[in-house]
Design a protein around this ligand. Structure first.
Ligand SMILES: [Ca+2]
Length: 227
């Protein structure tokens, strides 16, 4: 009996340790704050799109400034007041209830690999969905609106460091180059360090209002299917 209790205690202790390191995303709070009693909370975004992927050497979309970039494309069909982007690696214990799960993630979901994430939010000069094509995307002008390396709001990576990324970008109404107008956007994700990127990741794009017709995809071909 004593051994049994001891074994149970051991399992319990192990469970606690695992949970302590488990990566799990909480609700994605917007920049809008609300007082609830003595606490100030960030009101969660109402529209969140989640993408689960797996980055591996050789499947990057572009090498820019020595960094291997992977892109997720987002078609924004209406003027948005704010866009939130966050990314974590590895996927860890986060539930993928409504996520878009890529084939690469499905094939590698058991992987323990992860990397130090780095995100960018870019807008193209493509403002009509009829003009979206592989060639147009390649030759488009891309403007970086925001970037983030490490965010203290994100779960720590398995080594205990706060290396995951989060950004919130508010539309600057009246400033055509900084407003979140209708158009094709992309999230660039890479590592802080230059070199190979390998591991599972979750990327989320979010808005504080329901934006009907938002399409998010890893490739232009997939994006066009959803338009
Ligand atoms: Ca980072």
């Amino acid at each position: 009996m004593k051994t049994k209790i001891l074994a149970l205690l051991c399992i319990f202790a192990l469970g606690v340790t695992f949970n302590g390191n488990a990566q799990k995303l909480k609700k994605f709070g917007s920049s809008i704050e609300k007082k609830i009693g003595p606490k100030t909370i960030k009101v969660p975004y109402t529209d969140v799109i989640t993408y689960a992927g797996y980055a591996s050497p050789g499947n990057e979309d572009e090498v820019k400034d020595g960094k291997k970039f992977y892109y997720i494309y987002v078609w924004v069909p209406a003027v948005a007041p704010e866009i939130g982007v966050r990314m974590m690696s590895p996927v860890g214990k986060t539930k993928l209830k409504k996520a878009i799960v890529s084939e690469a993630y499905e094939a590698n979901k058991g992987s323990k690999d992860y990397f130090d994430t780095y995100i960018t939010l870019e807008r193209s000069d493509i403002t009509s969905k009829d003009n979206i094509s592989e060639d147009a995307v390649k030759s488009a002008n891309w403007t970086t609106l925001a970037r983030n390396d490490d965010s203290g709001e994100m779960p720590k990576i398995p080594s205990g460091r706060k290396y995951n990324s989060l950004l919130r970008y508010k539309s600057q109404v009246g400033n055509p180059t900084k407003a979140l107008t209708v158009g094709l956007y992309r999230i660039g994700f890479t590592t802080f360090k230059k070199g190979e990127v390998k591991g599972t990741f979750l990327a989320e794009v979010a808005a504080p209002v329901k934006l009907p017709g938002v399409v998010m995809a890893k490739t232009i071909a997939e994006l066009k299917k959803g338009l």
